[in-house]
Design a protein around this ligand. Structure first.
Ligand SMILES: [Zn+2]
Length: 218
C-alpha cells in the first residue's frame, strides 16, 4: 500500500507507522492531525516517523477508545502539546483509561480488557466536527459507540475500525458491538464523495469494494 495520499486540494495523508495498527498523519492547509496514537511498543518508532515528516500535530484524533489505538495518547499529547479529540460516547472511558466495553458501576468502571494511561480529552465530538483545513470528523459508530472517521477534503477517509482490510477484498469488521449501526455508518461514509477508505488494520479500501460489501450485508 502506498504510504502517502494527496487530495486535489493538496492535503497530504501519510501512513507514518503500519503493522498491527496504521497511524496516519493528516496535513492540510492549516491543520496537522494525527489519527490515533497506537500501542505502547510502537512509541519510539512512531515519534521518529512523525519527526521525519517535519510536521507537528496540533490534534490527536482518536477514532475510538480501544487500547490498541490510544495507549500512546498521553505521551504524544505531552510531547507535542497537542489537543486530544474523542467522541462524547467514549470520553469517560478515555478519562478512566478503559475500553468502550467497560461499564461504569457506582462511578467506577469494571475493567474487562486491557487498560491504558488515562487522558483528559480537549475536544469532544458529537455528530460532526470541523477540524479546519477541509478535515471533518464524522461519528461512525458500530464497532464501538463512539467511533469516528476523519474525512479529508471529502476525498479520503481514515475510518479507524469502522472497516478492516487485513485480507484482500475484505472490508467488514470481524468485531462489531452493533452491526446495524455500523452499516448505517457505512452508508454515511458512502454518502460522502470519498473514493479511498483507510482502515486502522490492513490496506486501503476502494469505494467500489465498500459498495460491494455494503450491498451484501445491508
Ligand atoms: Zn477497535
Amino acid at each position: 500500500m502506498p504510504s502517502k495520499w494527496v487530495t486535489s486540494k493538496g492535503s497530504v495523508i501519510t501512513l507514518v507507522v503500519s503493522g498491527r495498527n496504521n497511524i496516519f498523519l493528516v496535513e492540510s492547509q492549516d491543520t496537522v492531525l494525527l489519527v490515533d496514537a497506537g500501542m505502547g511498543y510502537m512509541y519510539d518508532n512512531l515519534l521518529l516517523k512523525i519527526k521525519k515528516t517535519g510536521a507537528v500535530p496540533s490534534v490527536i484524533a482518536l477514532t475510538h477508545a480501544h487500547y490498541d489505538h490510544v495507549e500512546n495518547t498521553l505521551k504524544l499529547k505531552e510531547h507535542f502539546g497537542a489537543g486530544v479529540l474523542i467522541h462524547r460516547a467514549e470520553a469517560e472511558h478515555l478519562k478512566a483509561g478503559v475500553n468502550p466495553e467497560d461499564k461504569p458501576v457506582k462511578g467506577k468502571f469494571t475493567i474487562e480488557g486491557e487498560n491504558y494511561p488515562p487522558v483528559i480529552p480537549d475536544i469532544i465530538v458529537d455528530d460532526v466536527y470541523e477540524a479546519g483545513g477541509g478535515i471533518v470528523i464524522m461519528h461512525t459508530p458500530g464497532h464501538t459507540p463512539g467511533s469516528v472517521s476523519v474525512i479529508v477534503d471529502d476525498e479520503i477517509a481514515a475510518v479507524g475500525d469502522a472497516m478492516f482490510n487485513v485480507f484482500p477484498g475484505q472490508a467488514m469488521v470481524p468485531y462489531v458491538m452493533d452491526r446495524r449501526m455500523l452499516l448505517k455508518s457505512w452508508k454515511k461514509l458512502l454518502d460522502t464523495k470519498c473514493g479511498i477508505f483507510l482502515p486502522s488494520h490492513g490496506r486501503a479500501i476502494t469505494r467500489q469494494t465498500v459498495e460491494k460489501v455494503y450491498k451484501k450485508y445491508a
